[in-house]
Design a binder for this molecule. Structure first.
Ligand SMILES: [Zn+2]
Length: 114
């Protein structure tokens, strides 16, 4: 058989070309393998457990939308003082959103025995 990438002759039935390393699909099924789209689907809207002033909602929203946390807080405060809807939204998200799990270092468990 002939490698589909470098066009060199390789052993029949090979899964990988030993000349260039290209995967040999045979029927071209390997080309159908597509990586999952890196979108917001991978991320989850959560309250931040590390960066928080009140409930961590602003930090969580800032992280989710790739915004500066301070900017989110300023906009949110403006919304609170202008209409009062921001406060209501904050309280709703505070109740609804799950808290981001805290990172616990494994080393702290092993040193306790000394
Ligand atoms: Zn090749």
């Amino acid at each position: 058989m002939i490698c589909s990438a470098c066009q060199k002759v390789i052993i029949d039935g090979s899964t990988y070309c030993y000349n260039c390393g290209a995967k040999q699909g045979g029927s071209g099924a390997a080309a159908a393998q597509t990586p999952p789209p890196a979108t917001h689907a991978a991320r989850k809207l959560m309250r931040s457990s590390t960066d928080k002033k009140l409930g961590g909602v602003c930090a969580g929203v800032g992280n989710y939308f790739d915004l500066d946390v301070t900017l989110v807080r300023v906009i949110w405060l403006l919304a609170v003082f202008c209409a009062g809807t921001g406060l209501l939204l904050y309280l709703i998200l505070w109740i609804v959103l799950p808290v981001e799990p805290l990172y616990v270092p494994v080393a702290s468990q092993t040193t306790a025995t000394q």
